[in-house]
Design a protein. Structure first.
Lengths: 432, 321
């Protein structure tokens, strides 16, 4: 993937996006032949089986050649395009970027600052009057309280007060759904049914039906292949357990966290005790892991989903997990994940309870051996025992955790023990 | 019901009480034959006689001292200070004698001290003060301050019925400027706050003449929904009503005509800081007179007293915060 200077032309190549990625597909060209391009400006978008990303220009210049058409899949290192030097860029010979092992093409380190005024945009000055830095992170008592009560991340709320201050009405607008709310952390799940193929004759003329013959997107196709391969490979069973989330619901609001962070923490702690579920099974090779690299399924809306990984999750508190999950989700939706962010998961959590669904049978993310499904937390009448040992009916926020596990690697007793331990952790009971 | 001025409402309240309860009497400088400096008791001496409408020497200490004694033996005296400023001469009798009687000897002192107060008419430093905070700071004394004609009569009746010493702050600048429908006969207005105008974006908390300044100031604030809370009673202070408004509006302007230092509004602000903290969406803003005596010069006086423009400016600033 070197950008070898040939006379004054520079190659734009298919980057190496992670060790296991051998090829990539050009999704879109941002520039056409003849366009001026500044160093680091996006030349084209590519898709690999791990992530989608953009290919930046190694130098400033003029796009002289486009060698790979949209939709074409080519091996890593293939020249995608060439940028011809002009007076500005030719003056700055660019050292070849580090090759194959580098995770992402670094912007070339230009030693001699090249005077290329026409192509380089000055960095945009911070906009005045928006999110004034002096107020960042300072919120009035009422704003803080409402945000805590509703689990709102205030850094995501647009302030309309002086210097972009978040006012009561701004946070209330989010609560009431007036604002274009940030998409929830995770919505759909890996096992979302594929868009039904338009049945012949059905809904003829309906605008909702996709036009006949439209192919699945590359991401959809990949998700489908992965899911189908998992079902074909693993002996998938699903076990459920009911959990009283009272303690979690009480604890999470003051921290501005969702229940997901607590469930993640409980899973990580339990996986450390039961590494049998924190494992990979490839063929007959079964590997248990000490560290927990926790995959979190993140919806990308209609495009599909991706499972970024919180590496070293055993080192993180609920708050730490919540922050990492939020950051990964944000970057996933912004298509900013690096290959490392999606690599090496040892266990996965999926959390599609946003719409009130209560149970599911998730599909294991290969080569892992288990996946946990967190659905909606719902208030239910439950039988509780008071201090004197009397039974009573109480209203409690309950949820059903579902664990799909691979019967090739595990047996039901391990799945049940795992779920019971997670339940005890969430309910604040001593370990069994 | 009949429409009358704030001043006529006070007269009506006094007259109705004198007619209804033989224990009620009026004492003060020139309240009898002359009918009072502001003519609140005009004609009273003819109807009720010199025993119940008593002209006194120019001695506030004597007026209040006599009233305390009369109250202890079962009468219900209403003392008039010609101007509230002069109450300082009767301070000891009110604060040290009347206010502590219940605690020291278990005796009720049901007196009312009428205190014509406030500025705005070029009365100068001795005829324009708002001394209510002096008495708020003294245990055993209630302090009320009506803003409307209806409340002026109702609060006066309630003050006369109350077993404690009550300072009745009647604002001179409202005497003939404010009119309203007033119920006939004796009735009581509770010692609690009243929402003079409901709103949701900001609340201006005021009492007495400042309620009218607030209402005028917030009438057009670029469409903002601004509440005006009329405290009516300063002791007891209607804490729940204040906190209700704060919870609803989250932004607060506290308005005093009195000098800012330790004014009634300072207590309101302290209450909000202590018990309304979690409702606040901005600093508690105070508008009051600066800590100087009220000037005689009309332009200077207008510069010192909180006016409509100052209140508007404070509200706009806080709304934008």
């Amino acid at each position: 993937m070197s950008s070898s200077p040939t006379e004054t032309a520079f190659d734009v190549t298919m980057p190496q996006m992670g060790v296991s990625v051998a090829e990539g597909t050009v999704v879109q060209w941002r520039l056409a032949v003849g366009d001026r391009v500044a160093a680091n400006e996006t030349v084209c978008e590519i898709s690999t089986d791990k992530i989608d990303t953009e290919v930046p220009a190694p130098v400033s210049g003029v796009l002289t050649e486009v060698l790979v058409a949209v939709g074409e899949t080519v091996p890593v290192g293939t020249v995608l395009a060439r940028i011809g030097g002009d007076a500005g860029s030719a003056a700055a010979p660019v050292p070849a970027a580090p090759t194959t092992e580098g995770p992402a093409p670094d912007p070339p380190a230009t030693e001699a600052p090249a005077p290329d005024p026409p192509a380089t945009e000055a960095p945009a000055p911070p906009q005045n009057g928006r999110n004034g830095a002096t107020r960042a992170g300072r919120y009035s008592p009422v704003v803080s309280r409402i945000a805590a009560e509703h689990g709102i991340d205030l850094s995501q709320v647009t302030g309309t007060g002086r210097d972009g201050r978040v006012r009561k009405q701004d946070v209330l607008a989010v609560v009431n759904g007036d604002a274009a709310a940030d998409p929830p952390l995770h919505i759909e799940s890996p096992y979302r049914p594929e868009p039904a193929a338009p049945a012949a004759g059905a809904l003829a003329g309906s605008e909702a039906a996709p036009p006949a013959g439209e192919g699945l997107s590359r991401m959809r196709r990949q998700i489908g292949e992965h899911m189908k391969r998992s079902l074909d490979t693993a002996a998938t069973c699903t076990t459920w357990i009911e959990v009283d989330m009272s303690r979690v619901e009480r604890a999470r609001a003051p921290l501005g966290l969702t229940a997901l962070a607590f469930v993640a923490r409980a899973c990580v702690a339990t996986l450390r005790q039961q590494p049998a579920l924190n494992a990979w099974l490839e063929g007959d090779r079964y590997v248990r892991h000490d560290e927990v690299h926790l995959g979190i399924a993140v919806s990308l809306g209609d495009d599909g989903l991706i499972v970024p990984v919180v590496h070293g999750a055993q080192e993180l508190s609920e708050e730490g997990l919540g922050a990492r999950i939020k950051d990964l989700a944000r970057r996933a939706r912004a298509r900013e994940l690096s290959p490392d962010d999606v690599r090496g998961g040892t266990f996965t959590i999926t959390n599609p309870g946003q719409y009130g669904s209560i149970m599911a049978t998730p599909i294991i993310n290969q080569p892992q051996v288990a996946i946990l499904d967190l659905e909606a937390v719902v208030k239910r009448p439950v039988v509780v025992v008071d201090a004197d040992g009397n039974d009573a009916i109480a209203i409690r926020p309950m949820t059903i955790l579902g664990l799909s596990w691979d019967h090739r690697a595990l047996d039901g007793v391990q799945a049940a023990q795992f779920l019971a331990a997670v339940k005890r952790h969430l309910e604040g009971l001593p370990a069994a | 019901m009949s429409e009358m001025t704030y001043l006529q409402a006070i007269s009506a309240g006094l007259r109705d009480e004198l007619r209804a309860d033989a224990r009620v009497l009026v004492m003060g400088e020139d309240v009898g034959v002359f009918g009072g400096a502001f003519k609140v008791t005009d004609g009273f001496v003819d109807e009720f006689g010199v025993d119940r409408v008593m002209d006194t020497p120019l001695a506030e200490s004597a007026i209040i001292g006599c009233a305390v004694g009369a109250a202890v033996v079962g009468l219900r005296p209403v003392c008039e200070m010609q101007f509230s400023d002069f109450i300082s001469c009767g301070f000891d009798q009110l604060v040290n004698v009347a206010g502590k009687m219940h605690y020291r000897q278990g005796l009720a002192v049901p007196i009312v001290v009428r205190l014509p107060s406030g500025g705005g008419f070029s009365g100068g430093p001795f005829h324009s003060q708002n001394p209510e905070a002096w008495f708020m700071h003294s245990p055993g004394i209630k302090v009320v301050a009506p803003a409307t004609a209806e409340d002026a009569k109702g609060l006066l009746c309630a003050a006369i019925h109350d077993p404690n010493p009550v300072c009745f702050m009647e604002h001179k600048n409202l005497y003939r400027r404010v009119r309203g429908e007033v119920p006939d006969g004796v009735y009581e207005t509770p010692f609690s706050a009243r929402v003079a105008q409901p709103g949701s974006d900001l609340v201006v908390i005021a009492y007495g003449a400042m309620v009218h300044v607030a209402l005028e100031a917030v009438a057009d604030l670029d469409g903002a929904s601004v509440e005006v809370l009329d405290l009516r009673s300063l002791v007891p202070l209607d804490e729940e009503a204040i906190l209700d408004s704060v919870a609803r509006c989250s932004k607060v302007v506290v308005l005093d005509e009195a000098n800012q230092m330790c004014a009634a509004g300072a207590q309101v602000a302290a209450l909000i800081a202590e018990r309304g903290f979690e409702f606040l969406d901005g600093p508690v803003v105070r508008v009051a007179s600066p800590d100087v005596p009220i000037p005689f010069s009309p332009p200077l006086e207008q510069a010192v007293l909180p006016g409509v423009e100052r209140v508007k400016e404070a509200c706009r600033e806080l709304l934008a915060y």
